[in-house]
Design a protein around this ligand. Structure first.
Ligand code: 5GP
Length: 190
């Protein structure tokens, strides 16, 4: 997506060879017009797939996921990051390692917001090791629903997440694919 890649080049900062900071337009301050275009792009890619719900992981995935759900005219479900296990049968939970914080959390989905006949599109802001996206997919499949696709705003293709999701058989659509962040230079795959 040209608009996004251009913005990454002008306002993104490779803080080291592993992490890209996009605080000024995606994570902290949000460029709503850019998000609107991101939502349109995901929606047009997955429009004929009969999506019934969009799901994301709090909190940076919410903006692009909301715009996508609006375009597809379906509800958005936000998976919660709980620090402890919830000891009752009303929730699906799985343990996920946080890439940026190097801690673990319990990714949590209420049984009220997923049905076995759901066709789900997962949206997230970044793909690094694929922990968040594969954890979300696990919960959706545990509910008996189908993961139709995974939409990623920024994929760091030099980290293992993409291969992991491909190997699990998911249809992954990334709007910007980063080949390298070495020496503060942002390079795209294509
Ligand atoms: P994964 O679960 O794929 O290992 O990591 C994805 C999650 O970690 C995303 O939801 C995102 O919030 C965070 N993340 C991973 N890499 C980066 C990065 O380079 N920059 C920022 N801002 N967040 C990242």
């Amino acid at each position: 997506m040209y608009l996004l890649k251009n913005r990454i080049l002008t306002d993104g900062k490779a803080i080291n060879s592993e992490i890209l900071k996009v605080d000024s337009f995606i994570n902290h301050q949000i460029d709503s017009n850019l998000m609107k275009e991101i939502g349109k792009e995901f929606a047009s890619h997955f429009r004929d797939k009969n999506i019934s719900r969009v799901m994301t992981i709090e909190s940076s995935g919410i903006a692009p996921a909301l715009m996508t759900s609006l375009e597809l005219n379906v509800p958005l479900v936000v998976l919660k990051k709980q620090t402890s296990k919830i000891l009752n049968d009303d929730f699906y939970q799985t343990n996920v390692i946080s890439f940026t914080k190097n801690t673990t959390y319990n990714l949590t989905l209420s049984k009220k917001y997923i049905k076995p006949d759901d066709h789900v599109l997962i949206i997230d802001d970044f793909l690094a090791n694929g922990e968040a996206a594969s954890g979300a997919a696990k919960l959706i499949e545990e509910a008996g629903a189908k993961v139709i696709g995974i939409g990623i705003v920024i994929e760091k293709s030099f980290q293992p997440g993409r291969e992991k999701l491909d190997n699990l058989g998911f249809d992954v659509y990334s709007l910007a694919r980063i080949k390298s962040l070495s020496e503060g230079k942002i390079e795209f795959l294509d």
